[in-house]
Design a protein around this ligand. Structure first.
Ligand code: PBG
Length: 327
């Protein structure tokens, strides 16, 4: 018998394909990461991330307005402070770079959802995500500093805090501190399964946060492990995380899928700087079609199970969706 099933029937026209599509990109899916630099008076393009800029505090309100007009609803903030020290204390000052940027964005676009990255590496002279004893990154003494930073972000107007340091127990400490300070309604998006990845290279240039010695493998996850990611996710949910993140995204689609199948909270995937720069470089060199490759990548991340994608491609994708170049 010639087959009665012909899968090509449902692929015949664009309308039919759109009707039966299982995965769709929507403007609501994206969180756009931005870098704010306290030392700048004009925006500066980031060499390792073509099309991305470090923004002065004074210009971020206008940029948020432009992004909002494109349909962007959520941003994730990283700060480059005026000065650094051993404990990263410039990260919890009420007039710190992220705190001022949050206020500026909220003033320009009150409805913009502002997520702040909570970590010490951009603020410490040694570039590690926690405080040191010799060359050891200490877990427990770091927790209170992260909590101070998170509270000052929320006091400045942040809607969600996102700890990315990978210290054990930080979600519980942040939750307790937020609740005590009167911020019981502020959600925590934890970077739950964050791998020690080579794909953060361009970010570290952008944020000037490369470790001065050693690497992050004593706190970020081993690339070889997937079951361990589930333990990280379980632990963060147990401590009170509202959403969990897998990071990076593209080389970890299996982890995204396993996390999605295990938990019922929103799953976020971080399409990191190295993933972005690879496609930008290949596109600029004419090696592949940037629009198609970006759309395919982000669709694959959603298909793997992510509800939300943190991506530097967000403004481009919003424009391409509006223009009907991708769907
Ligand atoms: C801070 C932090 C990093 C990233 C997000 N938060 C760098 C790192 O852990 O070294 C990387 C994001 C990216 O590569 O786009 N700890």
């Amino acid at each position: 018998m010639f087959p009665t099933t012909r899968l090509r029937r449902l692929r015949a026209t664009p309308v039919l394909r759109a009707l039966v599509a299982e995965t769709r990109l929507s403007p609501d899916d994206f969180i756009y990461p931005v870098f704010i630099d306290a030392r700048l008076s004009d925006p500066e393009e980031i060499g390792s991330m073509p099309g991305q800029f470090r923004w002065p505090v004074g210009a971020i309100g206008a940029e948020a307005t432009r992004l909002h007009q494109l349909g962007l609803r959520s941003m994730l903030l990283f700060g480059l402070p005026e000065w650094k020290d051993e404990t990263g204390s410039s990260s919890w000052h009420d007039d710190g770079v992220v705190q001022r940027a949050v206020a500026a964005i909220k003033e320009a676009v009150p409805s913009m959802l502002v997520v702040t990255d909570v970590c010490l590496c951009e603020y410490t002279t040694h570039g590690h995500c926690g405080v040191l004893q010799g060359e050891k990154v200490l877990n427990d003494p770091t927790l209170d500093l992260l909590a101070r930073q998170a509270i000052s972000h929320v006091r400045a107007g942040a809607d969600i805090v996102a700890p990315s340091d990978m210290m054990d127990g930080r979600v519980a400490v942040l939750r307790g501190a937020l609740d005590r300070e009167g911020y019981a309604d502020t959600p925590i998006l934890s970077y739950a399964a964050k791998y020690a990845s080579a794909f953060y290279g361009p970010f570290r240039e952008a944020a000037e946060s490369a470790p001065a010695f050693g690497d992050r493998r004593s706190y970020q996850m081993d690339v070889r492990n997937a079951r361990e990611a589930l333990r990280e996710v379980d632990e963060d949910l147990h401590e009170g995380a509202d959403m969990v993140m897998v990071k990076p995204a593209l080389p970890y689609l299996d982890v995204i899928r396993r996390v999605r199948d295990r938990v019922d909270v929103p799953v976020v995937a971080y399409n990191v700087s190295g993933e972005y720069s690879m496609l930008k470089a290949a596109g600029a060199a004419g090696m592949l079609d940037e629009v198609g490759a970006v759309a395919e990548t982000l669709t694959a991340i959603k298909r793997a199970g992510a509800d939300i994608i943190v991506t530097y491609h967000a403004p481009d994708v919003l424009r391409w969706l509006q223009e009907g170049r991708i769907s």
